[in-house]
Design a protein around this ligand. Structure first.
Ligand SMILES: Cc1cc2nc3c(=O)[nH]c(=O)nc-3n(C[C@H](O)[C@H](O)[C@H](O)COP(=O)(O)OP(=O)(O)OC[C@H]3O[C@@H](n4cnc5c(N)ncnc54)[C@H](O)[C@@H]3O)c2cc1C
Length: 208
């Protein structure tokens, strides 16, 4: 269970923070995959999964943490200080963007983390990329602005069906990241547009 040093802690939006840690030397992972964070809080062992939100994991990698005020691990994580270490296991998950061509990423809440990580990697590799965020105030606004300047398309919409209609999703490798309700909305919008959901990479952040 590696102890990873925190190298950056940044408020990136409403109740959302980015946490960057030093990567172990042999760590190999890609945006879309996730890690397990383990901590003892008030004497209780707490665990949570967090998805990689940086375009690569060379030397350091980032996670984007939503802070549910009633939660335990999220609030604890954002109260850490630079230089402290956290216990991280992984990576886990089959969804990963390595060099997978033209991408369309649906993101709800902290799902914007893997969306920006994938989009930055896609643009770096000169692939077109579109992010559809479910809402109008996405975290990581600065990175989304930079992505737009670098040619990415960013769609902010509460109406995923309308968003899908404006895109032609059949041309893309499609990803969905977010909590269960958002995932269901994205699935509905995509299947109404005639997309075979078996071809869509979907990661639900829970609850079950
Ligand atoms: C594969 C995977 C990847 C994940 N990646 C991330 C990530 O990158 N960033 C991140 O912040 N979380 C992510 N999660 C969710 C995170 O692991 C859990 O929310 C975690 O339990 C948070 O711990 P907590 O103690 O702060 O909250 P908890 O005490 O566990 O309580 C929060 C509860 O509310 C739910 N919840 C929180 N916000 C919402 C919401 N907006 N809509 C619906 N349900 C909500 C959580 O799922 C959880 O059940 C991921 C989960 C999975 C399974």
């Amino acid at each position: 269970m590696p102890e990873l040093r925190i190298t950056r802690l940044e408020d990136v939006g409403d109740q959302t923070a980015a946490i960057e840690v030093e990567a172990p030397t042999d760590f190999e992972a890609y945006p879309g995959q996730f890690v397990l964070v383990r901590a003892t809080i008030n004497g209780e062992e707490e665990t949570g999964y967090y998805t990689i939100s940086s375009p690569d994991v060379e030397e350091r990698f980032e996670m984007t943490v939503a802070v549910d005020p009633d939660g335990t691990l999220g609030p604890w994580l954002v109260e850490r200080a630079l230089g402290e270490t956290i216990t991280v296991e992984g990576p886990f998950g089959d969804i990963q963007y390595v060099d997978d061509g033209v991408a369309l990423v649906f993101a709800g809440g902290p799902g914007i983390g893997p969306a920006v990580g994938i989009a930055e990697r896609a643009r770096r590799l000169d692939h077109d990329v579109t992010i559809v965020y479910g809402g109008d105030q996405p975290p990581h606004g600065d990175r989304l602005d930079t992505l737009k300047e670098r040619g990415a398309t960013i769609v902010l919409s509460d109406d995923l069906e309308e968003a899908v209609d404006s895109i032609d999703p059949s041309a893309f490798e499609i990803y969905v990241f977010g909590f269960q309700q958002f995932v269901e909305e994205a699935r509905d919008a995509l299947s109404r547009a005639g997309i075979d959901l078996d071809t869509v990479e979907i990661e639900s952040f829970g609850p079950e």
